[in-house]
Design a protein around this ligand. Sequence first.
Ligand SMILES: [Zn+2]
Length: 268
Amino acid sequence: MPELPEVQTVLDTLSHQIQDCTITDVIVNYPRMIQGDVQQFCDILKGNAFRAFERRGKYLIFRMDTCTLVCHLRMEGRFYLQKQDEPVNRHMHVIFQLSDGRQMRYMDTRKFGTMELFEADHSFDLFHDLGPEPFDETFNPAYIHAFRKGRKTPLKSLLLNQSFVAGIGNIYADEILFACGLRPGRSCARITGKDEQHLVEETRRILGEAIQAGGTTIRSYVSSLGVTGRFQLSCMVHTKKTCQICGSQIKVRTIGGRSSYYCPHCQK
Ligand SMILES: [Zn+2]
């Protein structure tokens, strides 16, 4: 599942490719993907150009001239930029014809992705109960302290809670907790001020490095903008067998329905 760094990488890559490109036609092969009226969706987008690219949590936000297009890739969604005469496969559910002859094709084998239109100046500060962005200054130790007050949820569940902080998924939650030396199953009631500080720092460091890693990988692609977890190559703990720091065997525990990897020696 794409997490914040993958979504940011897709967005950065698209921004290099389709900035100021105008949509001349929209073909929707799977109407349920579109929130709201499909015909209206197509009509509004025609004639609009991609002007600015933003991200909120795992949502891609495309600012157009008269509207804002918001996409969520969910499990498997990805974009491809292809010439219009290239064959369309049956998993390409939404196709944006661009004025330069290319097509931006949204492919999604699982069909869980969504697209929705909003007003041109719509604010996404408050959106679907999403908490602060990890790189925003409002995500800080004092915020963590206030949020966890009265809660006993495991740290892993806290990091995955999108209303706590936006954009973190299973892989990065494990990596962040490893970097902080905190076990995923530990109650968020049992951490210190120093831990809160570490959580902020390591969240930003790890997501930042992943965005950089993704960015360098993805720019080498020409026509395919599909993005998968390339960052997994440099994971310290997620899906690993042994700890790269101490050599202990990595343990796996299910927390909140998600597999959580941790080192029993390095994480307390
Ligand atoms: Zn270890």
